[in-house]
Write a protein that binds this ligand. Structure first.
Ligand code: FCB
Length: 440
C-alpha cells in the first residue's frame, strides 16, 4: 500500500478564513525568532484552496492513499465544542475529493494544531484538553462515518512533548520542568485513549492507530543484534521523550518500565484508573521513520551507541542517512508490540530547485528512497509492515525551519504556488506501479 502524507498547518494556509480558530502554531509563528526568516504557515501551499490540484497529482502518479490531518482549530476554534461549520465542510470536501478519485483518506486527527484558546486554558498540562480532543475526534469520525476508515489519533506525541513543551522550539514554545512534562505526557496519552474510544464508537469498523516516532537502532555487526534491540526501547532519563516506548508501551502494553528517577515520576503520575484509559491498544502503529542509531554490544553485552564517523552521509537538513532502521527498527517494533505497522512518514529534505531545463532533478531523494525501501523489504520479511507513506506529497512549511527545507515529491514554487513534479515523483509512480522496487 503506497501513499503520500501531509499535515494541515504545513500545507493549508488561511487557518483563520471562514471562521477558523487560531492554533498554537499561528501564535508561535508570530514570536520573534521562533521560525527561520520569520516565516509562518499563513499561506503555506494554499492547500485550503488548491487541495484538488494536489489530489489530481496523486491520481496522475497512481498513488491511491493519502494521509492528511484535520486542523482541530479550524473545526473547533476555541476547543470547546462550538463547531465551525465551514471548517467541517472543508474537510468534507477534501474527503469527498479523495473518494471521487479512488484515493483512500487516512486522517490524522492531531498533527499539532492545538487551538490556542485550549493552550491558554493549560494546553496539555490540563486534563480537560484530553477530553476536548476526544470530543473533536468523535465529531470528526461521526461526520466522516462510512467515508473514512483509517484514523491516527496523535502524530508524534514524543515531539509535541520534547520540542513543544520541554525545549520550546516548537509551538507552544514552553520549557517545562519534569513534573509538568510528566503531566503533559499523561494527558497526551489519555487523549489517545479517549479519542480511540470516541472514534470506535462514532465509526464502528474504522481502524484507529497512533503515529509514533523516536529512536530506532540497528546493529553494527550481526553479533550486536541483541544489543541494538535492547537499546531501541531503553528510556534513559536524558532522552526519554524521544523513544517509541514512552508512547507505545503505555498505549499498547498498559505501562512503562521505570529506569531513572524522572521515569519514577512518570509512573507516580498515573493512577490505575488512568492507566485503563491510556491502555487503548491501536489497530495499527504508524512509524515516522527518518534515521536511527548504530549500536554495538559492550563487554558485558550492554548497548553502546557508536559515534558517527566524520563525513557521515546526511540529508540537506543534516539528518543522518541510516536505511538499516527500516529493517531492524521495524523488526524490533513488531517483536515488542505485535501490531500491524505502517510507515506513516519517511523522506528527506533536499536542496531542490528548478533547473535550467524547467525540471526538478532530485537524485538524492531517489537514492535515499531506494536505500530505505530496500531495507524495508528486508524488514517486511520479519515484521507485519502494511504500507508506506512518503513524507511529503508537496514541499511545505517545515515547522521552525520554515520553507527552506523541501521534503516533497512535488516542488512548490511559493511565489506562484505552481507545482512541479520532481524526478522522484515520477520514480515513485514507478514504485507504486511495480508494487515495490524488485520488479523494476
Ligand atoms: C516529522 C513531522 C512532519 C515533518 C517531518 C519532516 O516529525 O511529523 O510534520 O515535519 O518530521
Amino acid at each position: 500500500m503506497w501513499g503520500a502524507a501531509s499535515s494541515a498547518y504545513q500545507i493549508e494556509g488561511y487557518s483563520r478564513s471562514d471562521g477558523g480558530g487560531e492554533s498554537v502554531w499561528d501564535a508561535f509563528c508570530r514570536k520573534k525568532g521562533a521560525i527561520a526568516n520569520g516565516e509562518s504557515g499563513a499561506v503555506a501551499c494554499d492547500a485550503y484552496h488548491r487541495f484538488e490540484e494536489d489530489l489530481d497529482i496523486l491520481t496522475q502518479l497512481g498513488v491511491r492513499h493519502y494521509r492528511f490531518s484535520t486542523s482541530w482549530a479550524r473545526v473547533d476554534p476555541l476547543g470547546d465544542g462550538t463547531w465551525n461549520p465551514a471548517g467541517l465542510a472543508y474537510y468534507d470536501r477534501v474527503v469527498d475529493a479523495c473518494l471521487e478519485r479512488g484515493i483512500t483518506p487516512w486522517v490524522t486527527l492531531y498533527h499539532w494544531e492545538l487551538p490556542q484558546a485550549a493552550e491558554e486554558r493549560g494546553g496539555w498540562l490540563a486534563p480537560e484538553t484530553a477530553q476536548a480532543f476526544a470530543r473533536f475526534a468523535g465529531t470528526m469520525a461521526g461526520r466522516f462515518n462510512g467515508r473514512v476508515k483509517h484514523y491516527f489519533t496523535l502524530n508524534e506525541a514524543q515531539i509535541v512533548l520534547k520540542l513543544g513543551y520541554a525545549q520550546g522550539v516548537h509551538a507552544p514554545g514552553k520549557q517545562y520542568e519534569p513534573p509538568q512534562l510528566a503531566r503533559c505526557w499523561k494527558h497526551l496519552l489519555m487523549a489517545h485513549g479517549l479519542a480511540t474510544r470516541a472514534v470506535r464508537q462514532a465509526a464502528p469498523g474504522a481502524q484507529v492507530g497512533i503515529a509514533s516516532t523516536g529512536r530506532l537502532c540497528y546493529p553494527h555487526t550481526p553479533a550486536d543484534r541483541a544489543a541494538s534491540a535492547k537499546a531501541a526501547f531503553a528510556m534513559p532519563d536524558e532522552d526519554w521523550m524521544f523513544t517509541h516506548s514512552c508512547v507505545l508501551d503505555p498505549v499498547c502494553l498498559g505501562g512503562i518500565s521505570p529506569e531513572g528517577p524522572q521515569l519514577a515520576g512518570l509512573v507516580r503520575e498515573v493512577t490505575a484508573q488512568e492507566w485503563e484509559v491510556i491502555h487503548a491498544v491501536p489497530d495499527m502503529i504508524g512509524v515516522n521513520s527518518y534515521n536511527g542509531s548504530e549500536v554495538a554490544a559492550g563487554a558485558d553485552g550492554a548497548p553502546v551507541y557508536l559515534p558517527r564517523y566524520p563525513g557521515f552521509p546526511r540529508t540537506a537538513l543534516k539528518w543522518p542517512i541510516t536505511p538499516e532502521i527500516m529493517e531492524y527498527g521495524y523488526e524490533d517494533l513488531y517483536e515488542r508490540y505485535r501490531l500491524p505497522l505502517y510507515v506513516t512518514e519517511c523522506g528527506l529534505s533536499c536542496n531542490d530547485r528548478i533547473f535550467l531545463d524547467g525540471k526538478v532533478h532530485d537524485p538524492d531523494r531517489i537514492d535515499f528512497l531506494t536505500r530505505y525501501l530496500s531495507a524495508l523489504g528486508r524488514g517486511a520479511e520479519k515484521a507485519d509492515i502494511r504500507g508506506f507513506f512518503h513524507w511529503s506529497l508537496t514541499d511545505n512549511f517545515e515547522w521552525h525551519s520554515g520553507y527552506g527545507e523541501r521534503f516533497g515529491l512535488v516542488y512548490v514554487d511559493y511565489p506562484s504556488q505552481r507545482r512541479v513534479l520532481k524526478d522522484s515523483a515520477r520514480w515513485y509512480a514507478g514504485v507504486v506501479r511495480a508494487n515495490g522496487l524488485e520488479e523494476r
